[in-house]
Design a protein around this ligand. Structure first.
Ligand code: MN
Length: 265
């Protein structure tokens, strides 16, 4: 199996390389990622200027690595259409440092990159952790590897596009794995005004608090210390949730527990 790894935090983000290191244990990995931070760039693609691509030295040895002057979506389109054409079996985007929950999947560059894989018929995962300065990237990386292996080993009939979010907790404190749906809520639902002494400026900020009482949503699951797996699709008019085989949660939890036993924690 060959996995294309990308992100929206940029090619030198820690989350990307923790993920690559783990995925390399189960697959061949190719990295094609933006040369700089592109968070909240959404599904943007570059159509009005050329895309420059540079081969760069990987932070994990022996991984083909390309840096792109473009968006996360550009990276996946370029990889699948040119750089590693016909060689990729799955797209994994992340590990984003910061959750991508609820309505924010529509502005997330991390989720958008996975979407481009999904649109081209490949299983795709977006994976994010709660904290920006994260201490627990390892659990997310391990979860991504277990999920990738799980998807690869099943003859799944439905196309797979999963948005995975983890609380910022050590493996021992993860409560469970939940299949969720998107909460309604965004990090950019309000505007704050400031003044720099010369003129006004504005920040897009979060104002509302989430209604965490709904225990089917991704926001709830992560708040409660669970790994949230939200099956997505690209049909915005289709209200039905893609089906996920029931054993996915238990298989992932068992895999992580086995890690814990091996680590003796
Ligand atoms: Mn990001």
């Amino acid at each position: 199996m060959t996995i294309l790894v990308t992100n929206d935090d940029g090619i030198f983000a820690e989350g990307l390389w923790v993920l690559v290191k783990e995925l390399k244990n189960i697959a061949q990995v190719v990295v094609v990622a933006p040369d700089r931070e592109q968070s909240a760039i959404g599904t943007a693609v570059t159509l009005r200027q050329p895309l420059r691509v540079y081969r760069v030295r990987p932070l994990v040895p022996e991984v083909d690595t390309y840096s792109v002057e473009g968006t996360p979506s550009d990276c996946v389109i370029l990889a699948l259409g040119m750089l590693v054409r016909n060689k990729v079996n799955m797209v994994v985007s992340g590990i984003n440092q910061g959750v991508n929950l609820g309505d924010d999947v529509l502005i997330s560059g991390t989720v958008a990159a996975a979407l481009q894989g999904y649109l081209r018929g490949l299983p795709a995962l977006a994976i994010s952790v709660e904290a920006v300065d994260s201490y627990y990237l390892d659990t997310a990386a391990r979860s991504a590897a277990l999920l990738a292996k799980w998807i690869d080993s099943k003859a799944l009939t439905d196309k797979i596009f999963l948005n995975v979010n983890l609380p910022n907790l050590p493996l021992a404190k993860i409560r469970g794995v939940k299949i969720t749906r998107l909460a309604s809520g965004t990090h950019t639902d309000a505007v704050a005004e400031g003044n720099d002494g010369k003129r006004k400026y504005y920040w897009l900020v979060r104002h509302k608090t989430d209604n965490a009482a709904d225990n089917q949503t991704d926001v709830w699951a992560v708040e409660q210390g669970n790994i949230s797996i939200t099956p997505l699709h690209a049909d915005l008019l289709n209200r039905s949730t893609p089906t996920i085989p029931v054993n996915l949660c238990s298989d992932l939890l068992q895999g992580l527990q086995k890690d814990r036993e091996l680590a003796g924690t």
